[in-house]
Ligand binder design. Structure first.
Ligand SMILES: Nc1ncnc2c1ncn2[C@@H]1O[C@H](COP(=O)(O)OP(=O)(O)OP(=O)(O)O)[C@@H](O)[C@H]1O
Ligand SMILES: [Mg+2]
Length: 846
């Protein structure tokens, strides 16, 4: 690829690329593809496993563990240091491989939602160029492409012709405001405005452009930018908050143990390894692994079974947490394949002439703006009456744009005159017609009556003006003569009704935000089985400005608690504003939308979701893409997110309460006993067993009741929970201490350190297993179900707790076999503990 093919006039650029305004022939394109390679958009840089593992060190827990390891090494406690470092290494490695597996399984599915581009190609030199949809990967330098609203710029291109083109190039510059771009036929054009770069999104307007760079040669590839990370989800923030609360507590532990030991027992720095291992025991160091594994597994499963692509893994937790879903109507709940239903005059009677005018307008808008494809309404008009446009000469076109709900084509009329043909939203067109107030009211009511049948409605008006050479602008769309209405039937999307029902059952409130007429939207909402509690019309910015006191919450005010609200006539900003307003009111909001007019809302929501047929920009802005044709997958995706969150919350609850209990008991016993209640290496070994068992949580299937509502983790309530259950656990541990004193009677029984250590080791593992069972798997077992992964892991943990002390491994760790009498007493203590735990559980309603 020549290094600077972009300067000079358009013609010079085309020549240098050995192309022309009519594009390449198929043979040329094929040859170039072989020479230049695929136009593969730069993949987000995938870090190596090693780099991912190193990144894992930045997790708060891993960082703290590492510090504790270094402290142990510093006081030459090599055993402790080695075990801690091994722990860190295993957790980083597990996490890194989990992440990579998730990336791999998603990459395959991303191809499924990969984009296409509209390119002009000819079969041979003399053939007429035709617009084709080709995969973006097949583009080569010299290809002439067309761009329209909603497209992603498929390669670096130089504009040849453009109309009102604005693009967002935040993928490249990070700047999210749309920038205007225009073709310029100068020898030294302003390359900033006549070049569009791969990864940019067309917001409005259209253009024809020649590809100047593809694949690795594009600016985007050269910049090597990775997308801006989004702010973490509410769930992740809670997990993080809990983590940091614990880290603080943990950092307090070693000095506390040391000071208490020194004050009460006159011990010195030799207890440091013990203090450090107690702190390690408190850490849920497997948390990052469990989070990644849960997310990765759920995402991979969703991709495989439901063909849902989660483009940003943590978005799955947001999805599980949503309590409000805002949905766009056209193209999302309906197919956006409208078919003309009626054409009626101002008197409400059928009048084919109106359809004719609308079709002429559509035809010339399409011709003069060189849109790659007509929009759905125009296409429906052209399907019925394509040829009529050719009977006129087109002069100018003012197409629809974000926030502009009408389009005008200017054609040559009778001699010396131009004819303006405007079609668009009834309110907007009627506002520009010359009518008495009562007549306008009557016509608005006529449009509303048609809309109430669920049809989409366009009003058509014309104006006869003396011809002129001055360009036309929207200011010319006034004093129009009203012609009539064209109505369209649009089918419901497959699975739309079912998926909305599922969402309602899942406790998600659904609101509809649409650019369409309120009556059409309300009717569609009813057809989908939702009875709208309220239908509103979004105020336009000018309305707000006029009234002076707009409800900035989206022109929507507060939403009622219990019903669907339809907000009609939304501009793209209105949609985003409603979403932000709902978020500000404390909801976790999802947005499901398919068009350019949904991009702002997709980005404003906690989680943006795009259906399969969405415009490329919408898909690019979404966190989750539904690759299946129908919408039913969305319910499964929400459930998958909840399952993952529920598993993580369960892990935290079980692990933290039993860890905290152990630490409290150990601190107390440390003060009561003349020796350490456990050796550092034993504390760490026990910790390793816990960690291994806890991995089962990543594979658990929570009970259906837990999935009926979003999982919310409120750090204060959560910390209260673990303190309560932690205390209970500590009491059980200390009871064991008492039991030991009873069981091992004899003058110096408690001096037998090995027996004491072994007994405590067994007891700790058994209580932890019990907590896993009772706080997690109890319900399933009580219902007579088979034990899940957590049940099996608990059983294994208990077995290890009983088997290790008498084994050679136990001996190596300084443990010994326990007298049978102890086991009986232990069983009694555990029984009491289980009882207390169950009572506490019932009282807390968990
Ligand atoms: N090609 C067109 N010609 C004239 N008017 C149009 C055309 N396309 C759309 N409009 C008008 O603009 C309105 C708003 O369109 P917009 O794309 O914002 O939303 P929508 O497609 O109606 O609905 P949704 O927001 O649910 O996708 C339409 O309801 C219609 O009245
Ligand atoms: Mg839409």
């Amino acid at each position: 690829m020549a290094s600077e093919p972009v300067t000079g006039t358009s013609l010079q650029v085309l020549r240098r690329l050995d192309s022309g305004p009519r594009g390449l022939t198929d043979a040329e394109a094929a040859a170039r593809l072989a020479a230049h390679g695929d136009n593969v958009p730069p993949r987000p840089h995938t870090p190596s496993v090693l780099r991912r593992a190193l990144r894992g060190l930045r997790e708060p827990f891993t960082a703290v563990l590492l510090t504790l390891g270094l402290v142990s090494a510093f006081v030459a406690s090599w055993g402790t240091a080695t075990v801690i470092l091994a722990l860190v290494a295993v957790s980083c490695a597990l996490r890194a491989t989990g992440e990579r597996r998730a990336d791999r399984s998603l990459a395959a599915l991303r191809e499924l939602v990969a984009g296409t581009a509209t390119v002009l190609r000819r079969t041979d030199d003399n053939a007429v160029p035709r617009a084709h949809e080709v995969p973006v990967t097949d583009l080569v330098p010299g290809d002439v492409v067309r761009l329209g609203p909603g497209d992603l710029v498929p390669a670096d291109v130089r504009l040849l012709r453009s109309r009102g083109l604005t693009v967002r190039q935040d993928a490249l510059t990070g700047e999210s405001a749309p920038v205007p771009k225009a073709a310029a036929d100068l020898p030294e054009p302003d390359t900033d405005s006549c070049l569009c770069f791969q990864g940019s999104a067309v917001v409005a307007g259209s253009a024809t452009a020649v590809v100047v760079a593809t694949g690795p040669h594009t600016r985007y590839a050269a910049a090597g930018r990775t997308p801006q990370p989004r702010e973490p989800s509410a769930f992740d923030r809670s997990v993080h908050g809990i983590a940091w609360a614990l880290v603080r507590f943990m950092l307090l532990t070693p000095p506390l143990v040391l000071m208490a030991g020194a004050a009460v027992r006159g011990r010195g720095l030799e207890t440091l390894p013990f203090a450090v291992s107690v702190a390690v025991g408190l850490t849920p160091e497997m948390l990052p692994v469990i989070v990644t594994t849960c997310l990765a597994r759920s995402a991979a499963l969703l991709a495989r079974t439901r063909r849902v692509v989660v483009r940003r893994l943590p978005a799955l937790h947001d999805l599980g947490a949503i309590d409000v879903l805002c949905v766009d109507k056209t193209g999302t709940l309906t197919l956006d394949r409208p078919v003309v239903a009626r054409s009626l005059g101002p008197d409400g009677r059928d009048d084919p002439e109106v359809l004719r005018w609308a079709a002429v307008s559509a035809w010339w808008t399409l011709q003069l703006t060189e849109l790659p494809a007509p929009d759905a309404l125009d296409e429906a008009l052209l399907d019925l009456a394509e040829a009529v446009g050719e009977q006129y000469d087109g002069i100018a076109a003012l197409p629809v744009a974000p926030g502009r709900r009408l389009a005008t084509a200017v054609v040559a009329g009778r001699l010396g005159h131009h004819l303006l043909i405007t079609k668009g939203a009834a309110e907007d067109v009627l506002e520009r017609c010359e009518l008495s107030a009562t007549e306008r009211q009557r016509l608005l009511a006529l449009a509303a009556r048609e809309a109430a049948t669920g049809h989409r409605v366009l009003a058509v008006a014309t104006a006869d003006r003396p011809s002129r050479t001055r360009p036309y602008t929207p200011a010319d769309e006034r004093a129009l003569a009203f012609r009539g209405l064209v109505t369209f039937h649009d089918e419901l999307a497959p699975g739309a009704a079912e998926s909305l029902r599922t969402l309602t059952d899942l406790g998600v409130q659904v609101h509809i935000l649409t650019g369409d007429h309120p009556a059409t939207a309300t009717r569609v909402c009813r057809e989908l089985g939702l009875d709208p509690a309220e239908t509103r019309t979004a105020p336009t910015d000018s309305d707000e400005a006029r009234s002076g006191a707009g409800t900035r919450g989206g022109g929507a005010g507060p939403f009622p608690g219990g019903g669907t609200v339809v907000v009609a006539r939304c501009t793209p900003e209105d949609k985003a504003r409603v979403v932000s307003g709902l978020r500000a009111a404390g909801h976790t909001v999802g947005f499901l939308g398919d068009g350019v007019n949904d991009v702002a809302a997709l980005l404003a929501a906690d989680v943006g979701i795009a259906p399969r047929a969405a415009a490329a920009v919408a898909r690019e802005s979404a966190d989750v893409v539904l690759a299946e044709k129908d919408l039913t997958a969305i319910g499964h995706a929400v459930t998958a997110g909840r399952r993952s969150s529920a598993n993580i919350a369960a892990y935290l609850r079980v692990t933290l309460s039993s860890n905290l209990g152990n630490v409290l008991a150990m601190l107390a016993a440390g003060l009561l006993l003349p020796f350490l209640p456990m050796l550092p290496v034993q504390v760490l070994a026990q910790n390793l067993c816990f960690d291994a068992a806890q991995l089962a949580f990543a594979h658990d299937r929570p009970a259906p009741v837990e999935l009926r509502r979003p999982t919310v983790l409120r750090p204060p309530a959560f910390l209260r929970f673990i303190t309560g259950f932690g205390m209970l656990n500590a009491v059980a541990d200390l009871a064991t201490f008492g039991v030991l004193a009873l069981a091992l009677d004899g003058p110096d029984a408690l001096d037998d350190q090995a027996v004491f250590h072994s007994a405590w080791f067994t007891e700790n593992l058994l209580t932890q297993a019990l907590v896993m069972l009772l706080l997690r798997d109890g319900r399933r077992l009580a219902r007579g179900g088979r034990p899940g992964p957590v049940g099996w892991a608990a059983a294994l943990l208990a077995a290890v707790g009983l088997a290790v002390p008498p084994s050679p491994l136990g001996a190596a760790l300084g443990m010994t076999a326990l007298p049978p009498a102890y086991h009986l007493l232990l069983a009694a203590v555990l029984g009491l503990y289980a009882l207390a735990l169950t009572v506490a559980k019932v009282r807390r309603g968990v």
